[in-house]
Structures are given as structure tokens and as C-alpha cells.
Design a protein. Structure first.
Length: 209
């Protein structure tokens, strides 16, 4: 049985869009107004872990298609980088999807898709676990595709004879559309009071002249 370390170094990995969507459903927040550094510190403090880094991942809309949100994320990610967060961004991809309306008619609408975010998170978690750079990986997401990452980290712990933990941290409230964290991880449920204590009060939306 691996020896549990007295000091546990926790690195936090934020799936920016996934966390935003679930916080919107659970708490009614209509823009990504959370502060990753504050959330990471709060989760670590609640569990007695040492905060050992924050990484943030998100798709960014094309400037020509969505100048407001492109400007928002450009400013936001710059400020995150300045605060010490390691940022990874990808351009959102667009495709046309056909939707059927209640009256039976169909319409073609553009839809945004993130590509490569969950893969990048998974690769970074596994790399840092294998190199010994963390004891706890806290993933702020409910994306079940990341369950494979938890299983891989468990295998790393077995082969290296080390103690490792993967945690899924997610919004939890009566209006939440999903009550489950990532499978094969420990779950940390964030209620509204916990989440709202970690908001970023700054407005990153572009100023229109």
C-alpha cells in the first residue's frame, strides 16, 4: 500500500467552458465570472492540500464571428496569465446543425465546438502525475471523457508505488443539470455560497465606443 504523503501538492485544471455551463445551470451566472485562483485555493484549503499551480483551458470564438466574446476571452486570458495561471486556448470550430422547431419546420443554425481541450487537459494531468509534479489533480469539469485520465493516473500510482488522487470539482445546486462528477474520481461539490465566494468582480467585456 503506497504511503499517503503528509503534504499533498494539488494542481488545479480548469475546463473553462464546461465549468461555466454548469455554473450557469446551477447558480444562474450568465458569464464566466469565477476566479480560478480563488476556486483552486478554496478547494485546496477545504481539503488540507497545498495549492501547487493552476492551469486553465478554453476555446475562444473567432473575432469575425463573435467580436464580443473574442474580446472578452482575449482580455481575460491575458489577466489570468499575469496572475500566474498557465493558459491553454484553442480556436472554436464552427459547423452547421439542423434543428427541428416545435411547429415541425427545420432550420440550419451555426454551432460552436471545442476541439482538443479535454485531450490537452488529460495529457497534462497524466504527464504531471507520471513526473511526480503533483499528488492531487483537481479537475474543474464534469466531462466524462476525462474518466480515462483518472484510470490512467491510478495505473501510474500502481506502477510507481505512489499515492495519487484525481478529484472532480463541480457546481452543485437544486437547478444543476448534472449531479455527477467525472467517473472514477473523487467528487468535490461546490455549493452556491462556496462558489460565489470565489468570483472575479472585474468586467472583461470590450468597451464599445
Amino acid at each position: 500500500m503506497p504511503v499517503e504523503p503528509v503534504t499533498k501538492r494539488a494542481v488545479s485544471f480548469f475546463d473553462g467552458q464546461n465549468l461555466f455551463r454548469h455554473a450557469k445551470d446551477a447558480f444562474g451566472h450568465h458569464h464566466p465570472n469565477y476566479d480560478p485562483n480563488k476556486l483552486a485555493a478554496a478547494v485546496c484549503a477545504a481539503n488540507g492540500w497545498v495549492a501547487a499551480g493552476v492551469r486553465f483551458y478554453t476555446g475562444v470564438p473567432d473575432a469575425a464571428r463573435d467580436p464580443t466574446w473574442h474580446g472578452y476571452w482575449t482580455r481575460r486570458l491575458t489577466e489570468m496569465s499575469r496572475s500566474g495561471i498557465l493558459v491553454t486556448s484553442r480556436k472554436l470550430r464552427y459547423r452547421i446543425e439542423r434543428v427541428r422547431l416545435p411547429d415541425g419546420t427545420t432550420h440550419d443554425v451555426p454551432a460552436q465546438r471545442e476541439k482538443g481541450i479535454d485531450l490537452r487537459i488529460g495529457l497534462d494531468v497524466v504527464r504531471m502525475a507520471r513526473s511526480g509534479a503533483l499528488d492531487v489533480a483537481v479537475i474543474f469539469s464534469q466531462d466524462q471523457d476525462l474518466a480515462e485520465v483518472a484510470r490512467e493516473v491510478r495505473e501510474i500510482a500502481r506502477t510507481q508505488g505512489r499515492w495519487l488522487k484525481v478529484v472532480s470539482a463541480f457546481p452543485h445546486g437544486e437547478h444543476a443539470t448534472s449531479e455527477r462528477g467525472i467517473n472514477d474520481t473523487d467528487w468535490f461539490r461546490m455549493d452556491r455560497a462556496f462558489y460565489d465566494a470565489c468570483l472575479d468582480p472585474r468586467d472583461y467585456r470590450p468597451r464599445h465606443k
